[in-house]
Design a binder for this molecule. Structure first.
Ligand code: PMV
Length: 304
């Protein structure tokens, strides 16, 4: 496929994990949704010489496919999978309106948006984007790529993939801690703690049970129960060692401002929190902003 066949911008969404992060790496089910913001790529030029170039101005990224940089490795992996080059070189510009390294699925969204410049199907997009995502994380569960490519809200399990849920979009407050972290490091940290203390698997099992309860509550529109599940998941993630004082403070701020539930989202160790606060989203977002955290209200379940 050439860029002439694919001249229009390609979009991919950021994602938020509502329940089930880390447990999903061990084969349990996560509940997640796509955000109404993400990354848009455009092929801006095509030539017959030189390496391909990727520009993501919002993240200060401007690199070539041959560079030694994790993003370059991912870019190259996708181009190779897509067999896109055929003697040609492309310049791709990515417009990002999600923060990197914040638990919002930024690397998966970038991989999906690049893959979409060349792919013909969802299957190709997902497979190629996962090859790119593997350059960022040792063993990604695939939840980020699935949500980024498919949108909506649903459950994700490594063995069965993504299953869309039929439920209305869900307003959530998102707040950024401003602390960058690496998903791979956080996943590795959990693995070594589990090895040292196998009893910690009970936490993963509790996260899995809570996720299934939360899924039922989401389908029933029972926000009290869904909020309680988020709080329970946060306690488990904290006991698993992936929260931070800053994240705990943010969660407490959201709860004091009227949220029904609040938790870290994604790998933790920094990144972002989410809060469920039906009808009080603005108050919660404002309270977090007053504490100095960037916050915004998003709609989970985006799919257009
Ligand atoms: O922080 P993020 O957006 O990369 O999400 C990571 C989610 C984990 O469950 C911790 C890892 C994974 O591969 O599912």
């Amino acid at each position: 496929m050439t860029s002439q066949n694919n001249p229009t911008p390609k979009e991919a969404w950021g994602k938020l994990i509502l329940l089930g992060e880390h447990a999903v790496v061990y084969g349990h089910t996560a509940l997640a949704g796509a955000m109404d913001r993400g990354i848009r790529t455009t092929i801006t030029s095509e030539s017959f010489s030189g390496p391909s170039r990727l520009r993501v101005p919002a993240w200060n990224i401007d690199l070539h496919s041959e560079d030694c940089h994790p993003v370059a490795y991912a870019f190259r992996a996708i181009l190779e999978k897509a067999d896109a080059l055929g003697g040609r070189a492309f310049t791709i510009r990515a417009k990002a309106n999600i923060a990197p390294a914040a638990g919002l699925g930024s690397s998966a969204a970038l991989c999906v948006a690049i893959a979409r410049c060349f792919s013909h199907s969802l299957e190709e997009t997902t497979r190629w984007a996962n090859a790119g995502e593997a350059c960022f994380h040792d063993s990604p569960s695939g939840v980020d790529v699935a949500l980024s490519a498919q949108g909506g809200i649903g459950t994700y399990c490594k063995t069965t993939g993504f299953s869309a849920l039929s439920c209305p979009s869900l307003p959530l407050v998102v707040a950024l801690s401003g602390v960058d972290r690496s998903t791979a490091d956080m996943v590795r940290g959990v693995a070594s703690r589990l090895k040292a203390n196998p009893g910690l698997t009970a936490l993963l099992e509790d996260i899995a049970t809570t996720t299934l309860t939360g899924k039922r509550a989401l389908l029933d529109g029972n926000w009290e129960v869904l909020g309680a599940c988020m709080n329970q998941c946060q306690r488990n993630l904290s006991d698993l060692g992936v929260s931070l004082n800053t994240l705990d403070t943010m969660v407490a701020t959201a709860m004091n401002a009227g949220a029904l539930g609040a938790k870290l989202t994604g790998a933790g160790g920094g990144g972002a929190i989410i809060a469920l606060a039906p009808g009080r989203e603005s108050e919660v977002a404002t309270a977090l902003r007053q504490q100095g955290f960037t916050s915004f209200i998003t709609t989970l379940g985006h799919s257009e």
